[in-house]
Write a new protein. Structure first.
Length: 328
């Protein structure tokens, strides 16, 4: 028992945030339940982003009922590639990525040939709520397939890498690059076997990686280093993340973004309950950073000042630029 207490005190001293603290001090405190549908439903998120002029993958169409499945061919309208996903899905479940067509069939990102009937069955499963939060009936979203920037070719296996930024009241406090692997079947979800790589908020240079709870510096499939990579257009990512506070009204969120080779930074989705593995990837606790932002917000409130997204980004970049750990 003493050993557990000693471990807990050591983690607390490093500012490591646990799930209970995240829920009590941040999710419950800063996120109004009435605003959850904005982030829990990808279609609503996308519509709000488009209205705000924030770049997202183009939406080709939405299927809401079994009868509307007949509209699929008209929605994709001869497109060779597209993505189908549940509007209220989580963890990447239920997402189908079509990369091409081949003699009356569709080819998945992994190369598997899929019939039109199989796609219709997938959409039907989405509508029943098989992949939705709470198992409620859902809608299927058909959208543009992101083509990753070539910089990720040597450090990612199939799929699309994404960038997760934790944002508190409009202030980005920590960032992580998520890289698909063979084990994750090309998906950028850590619980399915993707790699999490810390990112320096000030420069956009990747730090070390974590994979299956192990610290790594090379991608297990490509063998290329995952640390020391300069992410392009980093300030663009930071500005997008900071602006999502105004977009959804929630105070504590995870912002998931991608870098498309043609369209640049795009927002994929928002999360009202972002996971905590980002701390392992950054070798840094969230609590010290969130406390610093809260103290800054208190000072601004006392002076009647509200900062712009640009000013918020400058503040965190100056304060949270990477300081090498002893084992770096």
């Amino acid at each position: 028992m003493f050993g557990l207490w000693k471990t807990w005190k050591a983690l607390e001293a490093r500012g490591i945030m646990g799930i209970n603290r995240r829920n009590a001090d941040y999710v419950l405190k800063y996120n109004k339940r009435s605003l959850y549908p904005i982030v829990d439903d990808k279609i609503i998120t996308k519509e709000r982003a488009i209205a705000a002029g924030i770049h997202v993958p183009e939406m080709y169409g939405v299927i809401s009922t079994e009868k509307e499945i007949d509209r699929l061919e008209a929605i994709i309208d001869g497109r060779r590639d597209f993505v189908i996903k549940p509007a209220q899905g989580a963890g990447g479940d239920g997402i189908l990525v079509i990369a091409d067509r081949f003699e009356g069939h569709y080819r998945s990102i992994s190369g598997r040939l899929i019939s039109h009937g199989e796609i219709e069955h997938q959409i039907s499963s989405i509508l029943t709520g098989l992949y939705s939060l709470g198992g409620h009936r859902d809608r299927a979203l058909i959208e543009y397939r992101v083509t990753p920037d070539p910089i990720f070719k040597s450090i990612s296996y199939e799929g699309v890498p994404d960038i997760r930024v934790i944002v508190l009241m409009g202030y980005p406090v920590m960032a992580m690059l998520r890289l698909p692997t063979r084990q994750s079947h090309g998906k950028a979800n850590l619980h399915q076997g993707a790699i999490g790589v810390g990112v320096d908020l000030a420069t956009g240079i990747t730090l070390r990686g974590t994979w299956l709870n192990n610290i790594i510096r090379k991608h297990p499939d490509t063998t290329h280093p995952v640390d020391g990579v300069q992410l392009p257009n980093w300030d663009g990512f930071m500005q997008l993340a900071a602006g999502c506070h105004e977009l959804c009204g929630l105070g504590y969120i995870g912002v998931d973004m991608v870098l498309d080779q043609d369209k640049g930074p795009l927002i994929l989705e928002l999360n009202a309950r972002p996971g905590l593995n980002i701390q392992i990837a950054n070798d840094c606790g969230l609590t010290h950073r969130t406390h610093a932002v809260e103290a800054h917000l208190a000072e601004l409130a006392a002076e009647g000042i509200t900062e712009t997204p640009q000013a918020r980004v400058r503040f965190v970049q100056e304060l949270f630029g990477h300081v090498p750990a002893l084992n770096d």
